[in-house]
Write a protein that binds this ligand. Structure first.
Ligand code: FES
Length: 335
């Protein structure tokens, strides 16, 4: 869908937010839930980069998000300008202006907020973005929560103004003043009935996963935009998924396109689609971003991504066509 950039704001050193609204009168944005993200096409043409950004406004339409429209009228995303940008974040910071139109897909949510009476949120840098609507929802539900939010410097930490009203529920940890988050102390002892949600750089996620190993299974939820470090002892580890057995040829039926195609060993479904001029969005092509997620209509998937959890894999109703394959002879997809 095409969305117009209604406003661009500087949120912190190196962080800009975009407020997005339907480009055409009378259109409404789809509903979303805390933890959801959207795919944004940054540029034109088939090779334009596609990047994923968490929605960081108010999913319920009742909070003070700074958005100029109610939920359903605007979305808000925030973009960190990274030194090693492959073109996505630099494009947003240097070229995108109010009034521009961007192509956006989604929202999708693989980091959804489950019900609990207590939450511990841990955010690093721009990882604060999916946590903001989670906090608003948790606060509205009357659950107990606290947030520990680390960043390089106070000036580089976005949205601290939105967190200020929450008082001592929020602990800010600017690295230049206080060092890094003391995870050993924070996660020393499992807390009953507490869910831990963490988003941030891979090093923080790995460290939190390590400290939470002794907590009850299912306690920790993280959102990753890079492959996890591989755990050779864990057969369910998604990072192991690329080592699953020999690749075999199979058939893919694209129902909407009316095509039946052969996917050879060593070639992805995504590549076969592109070779046959079937339009598909993709970004990472490593099974970590979710851009190429496609509905499965028939057949059994061999999941090789790092996004879907065990329940989502077992449901067999969606797959990442850049890496995942077929367990049997054929798959039918909604393409
Ligand atoms: Fe990123 Fe497929 S393109 S998961």
């Amino acid at each position: 869908m095409d969305l117009v950039v209604r406003a661009v704001r500087a949120e912190a050193d190196g962080v800009r937010s975009l407020e997005l609204a339907p480009a055409h009168d009378g259109e409404r944005l789809p509903p979303w839930s805390p933890g959801a993200h959207v795919d944004v096409v940054l540029g034109t043409g088939p090779d334009a980069p596609v990047r994923q950004y968490s929605l960081c406004g108010d999913a319920g339409g009742t909070g003070d998000t700074g958005d100029t429209g109610a939920a359903g009228d605007t979305w808000r995303i925030a973009v960190l300008k990274t030194a090693d940008s492959r073109g996505g974040s630099r494009h947003v910071h240097e070229n995108v202006r109010a009034g521009d139109v961007l192509t956006v897909r989604g929202p999708r949510n693989h980091f959804s907020l489950r019900g609990s009476s207590r939450y511990l949120f841990i955010a690093g840098g721009i990882g604060i973005t999916p946590i903001l609507p989670m906090i608003a929802a948790t606060e509205a539900a009357g659950a107990d929560w606290r947030l520990v939010y680390g960043g390089r410097t106070r000036a580089a930490m976005a949205f601290t103004d939105r967190l200020e009203p929450y008082g001592d529920k929020v602990t800010l940890v600017p690295q230049d003043e206080a060092g890094t988050i003391d995870l050993d102390a924070l996660l020393a002892a499992p807390e009953p009935d507490t869910l831990v949600y963490c988003c941030g750089p891979a090093g923080l996620l790995d460290a939190v996963e390590d400290r939470c190993a002794a907590w009850p299974p299912g306690t920790l939820r993280v959102e990753r935009f890079a492959p996890a470090a591989k755990d050779p002892k864990d057969p369910e580890d998604p990072a192991d998924s690329k080592d699953l057995g020999e690749e075999r040829e199979f058939t893919v039926v694209l129902r909407r396109s009316g095509l039946t195609l052969t996917v050879p060993a060593g070639t992805s479904i995504l590549q076969v689609c592109r070779d046959n001029d079937v339009p598909v969005l993709a970004s990472c092509q490593e099974g970590i971003c979710g851009t190429c997620e496609t509905e499965v209509l028939d057949g059994e998937v061999e999941h090789r991504d790092a996004i879907l959890d065990a329940d989502e894999r077992a449901a067999n109703d969606t797959m990442m066509i850049c890496v995942s394959r077929c367990r049997g002879a054929a798959l039918t997809l909604d393409l």
